[in-house]
Design a protein around this ligand. Structure first.
Ligand code: AHR
Length: 685
């Protein structure tokens, strides 16, 4: 195996400024037509794709530490176990008479054994453990109701892996009515696999529900807020948009398992959990305990988008369950609706009526009102009641996720018509299916073009060389048609769906090479997002992913830094680039694109050297004026294409910055072996 040779910043600076004369090879000459700016780059060009896969929400971005806090998951004791194998409890069972609310009907009943010694109570394992930080404060809350006997309270403890206490708090005053209790536990140690222990005070019977342990340290210190390190990684990308909630999770394996946004808003304690469709999708990575609590629901999603400066892009179900699973279809029109989208909210029962397409359309219209409507409108009022009277300024929605075939087009047409009729200013994203070519893709693209779709969502998960070989993909697209949304893509080191895929530098640099093609074609490609976004190192189903984390730490993969460099250097106008000898972009494994950044007056050149040797380049900036004397280079480079980041070495491969001298209107720079370099230089026309 070759050694990892990421160049330190100084080395890169030296390599960058070595004149062509210091190299044996003659410099490759490129020209950037600074005086011929082309298409505008969409200011939201590079964004994020969020899906609750790989424990991205519960056990990830949504930092609730208790799994199955409301006992609504069927079977209701997932995540819980009785202390000492129930030696001191007669019974612990989920019951559903006289629960705390109609939605949250299930609760836990504990009955202690008379005269038994030791601790009677219950423990929660968290999401592959609980991450707690020394000195960190965690809000414990739960509902309790006392039954026969004298149970008056409980002691809640954070327990480490060796059984040691990491902080505890006692709560008392239970009555024979449901009441909410709140206390704060301060952690006395740092561990990422702690758990929560609840020990009862007294003997008898007690009912518990909605047991929550929530870090106080959340993004913007919000109650029910999000995990800070993960939000920071998102914000650091300056993302243009945030696609949510997926992904196949939008569709569900069956229609009754589809994502229903209306069930994800309002009181968090009343949100019913639902199976996560990724729980058993891959036999090699089965996670039967994977549910969606919806604590991170649509309100939190809009708020997150606002926090990180991204345009929200909700993807909505178009009356189709996942075509890789049941492919169940909602009947067209208003046939056989039994009560609408909020019907069927009995425990474990998420609106299992047979909704017709009209229900899905109405859901979309209502979502737009929830996001943008005045606080006096029915859905705008719900947003305002949750603490955001101002609109979220939603500008686009996706119609279906990764759908294909005539069934999709048949449903897309009335869906799009109804949304446009009521909200003509909302852009619609339509689907070209799961594959970037072939008959289904061609038919969908042609038809959506005829229908004058705003955006067509294309997906490509392919091997790394596909990305380099297809850098010219959008050069051939007709101009003036729908914009392209490269809505899900990632280079796979082995094969799509393989558990052996790794986030290697080979994958990331190939994506960087491909993205020069996106940038050069910014008149066609309006948005792009890598997928999937997050993965929990202990609970993933799909790899590769942009960001990896455990219960305490996180890191960006090399692909993360590629996405970040594009996003932070997206500029405002495409500048034409002529490759050496007039060759095609990508010839001889050299890839390039350029943009003008009008607000800063800089020229930004992106270069990928996919070769094992340093490559001197000479870049003529045609028509540039007022060139600075120095430029700034940001480089990702490793001669070892298998380089990966990890929790132990989170920044093994991360951008290095250097400055370089600029002489005349030609930039001389030497690209490191296997590198992605962004050069910025002042150069107003
Ligand atoms: O990103 C993982 C999955 O890949 C998405 O859920 C789906 O849209 C695609 O097939």
């Amino acid at each position: 195996m070759r050694s990892t040779t990421r160049l330190p910043a100084l080395g890169l600076a030296l390599l960058g400024t070595l004149g062509a004369s210091a190299q044996s090879a003659a410099p490759a000459s490129l020209t950037v037509q600074v005086n011929k700016p082309g298409a505008a780059v969409n200011k939201n060009m590079y964004g994020l794709f969020f899906e609750d896969i790989n424990f991205a929400a519960d056990g990830g971005l949504y930092p609730e530490l208790v799994k199955n806090k409301s006992f609504e998951i069927n079977p209701g004791l997932i995540g819980w176990r009785a202390l000492q194998g129930a030696a001191n409890l007669d019974a612990y069972a989920v019951r559903n008479e006289q629960g705390i609310s109609q939605n949250n009907a299930h609760y836990l009943r504990l009955t202690t054994r008379n005269g038994a010694g030791g601790e009677a109570g219950i423990e929660n394992e968290g999401f592959r453990g609980m991450g707690v930080k020394d000195g960190g404060e965690y809000t414990l809350s739960f509902y309790a109701r006392r039954g026969a006997g004298d149970i008056n309270g409980l002691t809640a403890s954070l327990v480490g892996q060796r059984g040691e206490s990491l902080g505890q708090v006692a709560v008392s005053g239970f009555t024979n009515e449901w009441k909410k209790y709140t206390a704060v536990v301060k952690a006395t140690g740092t561990q990422n696999k702690a758990h929560l222990k609840l020990v009862l005070t007294g003997t008898g019977t007690v009912d518990l529900d909605v047991v929550s342990l929530y870090p106080k340290d959340t993004w913007n210190k919000r109650p029910n807020g999000l995990r800070t390190d993960l939000v920071q990684l998102l914000k650091d990308m300056k993302p243009g948009f945030l696609r949510f909630p997926g992904g196949c999770i939008v569709e569900g394996r069956t229609l009754s398992e589809r994502y229903q946004w209306k069930e994800t808003i309002g009181d968090v304690a009343a949100r019913l959990p639902m199976i996560n469709r990724w729980n058993m999708e891959f036999r090699h990575r089965s996670t039967p305990d994977y549910y969606q609590s919806f604590g991170l629901g649509f309100f939190e999603y809009f708020q997150l988008s606002e926090d990180i400066g991204a345009e929200p892009l909700p993807i909505l179900n178009v009356g189709m369950a996942c075509q890789y699973n049941s492919g169940e279809l909602a009947p067209m029109g208003s046939a056989s609706t039994k009560g609408g989208p909020n019907a069927g909210t009995a425990p474990h029962d998420h609106a299992t009526d047979d909704p017709s397409l009209d229900v899905f359309i109405q859901d979309a219209l209502d979502l737009i009102e929830f996001a943008n409507g005045p606080a006096t409108s029915p859905w705008g009022a719900k947003r305002a009641a949750m603490g955001h009277p101002a609109p979220f300024n939603l500008k686009m929605i996706g119609v279906g996720n990764e759908q294909w075939g005539p069934q999709y087009l048949e449903r897309y047409i009335p869906f799009a018509k109804a949304v446009k009729a009521k909200y003509p200013g909302i852009d619609l994203v339509s689907s070209a299916g799961p594959s970037p070519d072939g008959e289904l893709f061609d038919t969908a693209s042609k038809r959506l073009g005829e229908l004058k779709a705003d955006y067509i969502d294309e997906h490509y998960y392919a091997k790394a060389d596909w990305f380099r070989q297809n850098v010219g993909r959008y050069d051939k697209y007709a101009r003036g048609g729908p914009k392209i949304f490269a809505g899900e893509y990632a280079a796979q080191s082995v094969n799509t769906g393989s558990e052996n895929n790794k986030n290697t530098w080979d994958c990331a640099i190939s994506e960087a090479a491909f993205m020069t093609g996106l940038e050069r074609n910014a008149d066609v490609v309006g948005m792009a997002s890598y997928a999937p976004l997050f993965a929990n190192v202990d609970a993933w189903q799909w790899t590769p992913d942009l960001i990896w984390f455990d219960n305490l730490n996180s890191y960006g993969s090399p692909s993360y830094y590629v996405q970040q460099l594009y996003s932070l250097n997206k500029g405002t106008k495409v500048l034409p680039v002529t490759m050496p000898g007039g060759a095609k972009n990508g010839a001889d494994n050299l890839f390039a694109s350029a943009v003008a950044d009008e607000p800063t007056g800089e020229v930004v050149v992106k270069l990928v050297n996919y070769s094992a040797t340093p490559r001197p380049v000479s870049i003529s900036l045609a028509g540039a004026k007022g060139l600075g004397k120095t430029g700034r280079a940001q480089t990702l480079a490793s001669a070892d294409l298998q380089t990966q980041n990890s929790l132990k070495e989170p920044k093994k491969l991360a951008p290095q910055e250097a400055t370089f001298a600029v002489k005349g209107s030609t930039l001389s720079y030497t690209l490191a072996p296997y590198s992605f370099t962004v050069l910025r230089v002042a150069g107003k026309r």
